[in-house]
Design a protein around this ligand. Sequence first.
Ligand code: F6R
Length: 258
Amino acid sequence: MEVVIVPNAQAAAALAGQILVDVLRSHPAPVVGLATGSSPLGVYRYVLDRGVSWAHASAVLLDEYVGLPPGHPESYREFIRREFLEETDLPAERLHGPDVHVPGPELPAACAAYDRLLADLGGVDVQLLGIGSDGHIGFNEPGSSLGSRTRVKTLTATTRADNARFFDSPDDVPRHVVTQGLGTILDARHLLLIATGAAKAAPIAAAVEGQVSAFCPASVLQLHAHATIVVDEAAAARLELAEYYRDTYRNKPPWQPL
Ligand code: F6R
């Protein structure tokens, strides 16, 4: 796990964005895992501004609300299309997400099909992640099995309140979601988590320096062989080893890529 502390949100977006750009430029058929929410927006702007081609790429979603009609502006498929991919040359059929528009009893099969699809694509080259104030990644809320696969989850009251800003009323935030499981996320070859702002300081400290525990799902990144955590100074405020992380990054040899 490599923790990189940068001065501000703009620098975090540039650093994480350049990692995506490098993957898009260097792989013949890159598979890029995308997150929604506010954290990745600067990353997406950075990638768009580089004009990199997505013509041979596939994009995969981390999670999706259950219960919103197809095309709902706050569905994660629509969010990613509108905020990001619409401005790229990614062929529309290569944006993949779990199928949440099946009858409830068929959702487990649709979740399993999504895990199979990710494997059939050859696995995810780089998975971008944000972190929730309760430590979730994807929508793996506290208590999620560290080995979980894609499945239906119930959002916590905290997450529904955090996401209410995207809906007309807090009651409109769906209660259920389909999310890649923590085990599914761990299958990606590179995990890239971005967190900025003071509200992320506590979950980042728990994820990076706390115990590996279902109580803080993001702590599962400690088990991954190639996880990069990009934080600004505000989100790094509660890291005990912050000075070591800064020193490590300052003295990073040029031959040692992120
Ligand atoms: C959404 C997702 C979530 C968010 C997290 C942080 O696809 O995976 O885990 O990354 O809720 O959201 P923001 O960035 O809005 O604080």
